[in-house]
Design a protein around this ligand. Structure first.
Ligand code: SF4
Length: 120
């Protein structure tokens, strides 16, 4: 069942976040600033709640509009997060899939504009 599997993945990624967070000061970000738990949390939420656009807005607000962005597209593919994953999850590939769903083209275009407006 998709929802069950997605929810389990969320828990696994939060565990990874705890471990990989030791790599960087602050404990919540990863190299390149990719917000791995934030991306997967919102991706899962889309399926748990069955509402895509409201969750995309929430994702934009939480991950895209606060301070530095934490988008999956910032990933350089170094693989450090996967080295810390006890379940050997292919985080880099999953991030790409999550990003496709969380940031369809209109969101990719609009977010930098909104960031610019808000920073004034
Ligand atoms: S593979 Fe990507 S998400 Fe994972 S630690 Fe490296 S830059 Fe960050």
């Amino acid at each position: 069942m998709i929802i069950h599997r997605q929810f389990r993945m969320r828990l696994q990624f939060l565990r990874i976040a705890g471990r990989a967070g030791k790599l960087v000061p602050g404990g919540e970000t990863f190299p390149q600033g990719v917000d791995i738990p934030g991306n997967f949390y919102h991706w899962n939420l889309m399926y748990i709640e069955g509402k895509k656009n409201p969750v995309r807005f929430e994702f934009a607000r939480n991950v895209g509009l606060q301070g530095k962005t934490g988008f999956a597209s910032q990933c350089i593919g170094c693989g450090k997060c996967e080295q810390h994953c006890p379940q050997h999850i292919q985080i880099r590939e999953m991030l790409k899939k999550a990003d496709k769903e969380l940031r369809p083209l209109p969101y990719r275009i609009a977010m930098p504009v909104v960031r610019k407006v808000l920073s004034r």
